[in-house]
Write a protein of this length. Structure first.
Lengths: 110, 190
């Protein structure tokens, strides 16, 4: 299966911020709308995996990750489709993938 | 190789000295018959003399070294979460989360993840699956602690931790720290 790649440090920012745009710079919601969601739709359309490269940033707050990846799961109302089509690369923080998977699974419980 | 040569030389020297003493100074009388109990005692004595220093002590020494490395790493993780606890306390005291404290906290959580990953790798290498339940609990505390400290409005301009946030943070911090103390005890008891 072919792959599409988003490297957050190159394609968005090295200093990911908060949840919403009104709260500060580089929020998770903006990342979701401008980068993650369009690329994810493209991946689904073209039957490709979407690789998210999380390395190279100053670090992620829970609110950013929840807004971006939890938001993606809320958009599709289904965690399975998200988890089946996303892959993560995170050498900087070995548990980031677990955390994001948790946010995706919990997204539609709220 | 030198050890083997020295051993052979010592055995030969022992045999030669024994034969010499027997021939020139016949102080000892040797029985022609072999006592089965005496033979068994000799075999057991030689076995213990070789087994204890060579295999048992070496194995115990290696195990102790492995335990020490794992315990040192767990203590390192404890000091990292303590640094998070102090930084949050500082933020509460100053009624603000400065930009430097903000990134300091994010970096500390990255360090927590890497330190925990190292501990799990070392423990698996040493005692596979023995601490599975403990690690599941510790991973859960790491997740909860990160969510507590960097969740909500963290990184929002003007964000500050409330007294109730600090109370909740303290609660998770102490549970996390306690689970690491228990892990040290369990590793030490291996």
């Amino acid at each position: 299966m072919d792959k599409l790649i988003i490297k957050i440090a190159d394609d968005y920012t090295t200093i990911p911020g908060v949840r919403e745009e009104i709260e500060g710079d580089f929020p998770g919601e903006e990342f979701l709308e401008k980068i993650l969601l369009p690329k994810f739709k493209q991946a689904i359309r073209e039957n490709k995996k979407l690789i998210i490269d999380l390395d190279g940033t100053a670090g992620y707050a829970t609110s950013f990750l929840e807004a971006a990846f939890g938001g993606l799961a809320r958009e599709y109302m289904d965690a399975k489709i998200i988890l089946n089509n996303l892959e993560f690369k995170s050498d900087d923080d070995p548990f980031l993938e677990d955390d994001i998977t948790g946010y995706i699974k919990e997204a539609n419980d709220k | 190789m030198i050890r083997y040569v020295i051993s052979v030389i010592l055995i030969i020297a022992g045999v030669v000295i024994g034969m010499g003493l027997h021939h020139y100074y016949p102080l000892f009388i040797f029985e022609d018959k072999i006592d089965i109990v005496g033979l068994a005692t000799l075999v057991v004595t030689i076995f213990l003399a070789v087994y204890i220093p060579i295999f048992l002590e070496r194995n115990m020494h290696n195990k102790r070294s492995e335990k020490d490395v794992i315990i040192r790493k767990i203590e390192g993780l404890q000091s990292t979460i303590r640094a998070i606890n102090y930084t949050v306390a500082e933020c509460v005291q100053k009624q603000t989360v400065s930009s430097s404290n903000n990134y300091h906290l994010l970096r500390l959580f990255t360090t927590v993840s890497n330190e925990l990953d190292t501990i799990i790798t070392l423990a698996d290498y040493s005692e596979k699956d023995r601490f599975k339940d403990d690690f599941a609990e510790i991973k859960n505390f790491r997740f909860q602690y990160r969510k507590m400290v960097t969740g909500g409005d963290f990184q929002k301009k003007g964000f500050k931790y409330s007294i109730l946030d600090k109370k909740e943070e303290e609660k998770i911090y102490h549970r996390f720290d306690k689970s690491l103390c228990v892990l040290i005890f369990k590793v030490n008891g291996l």
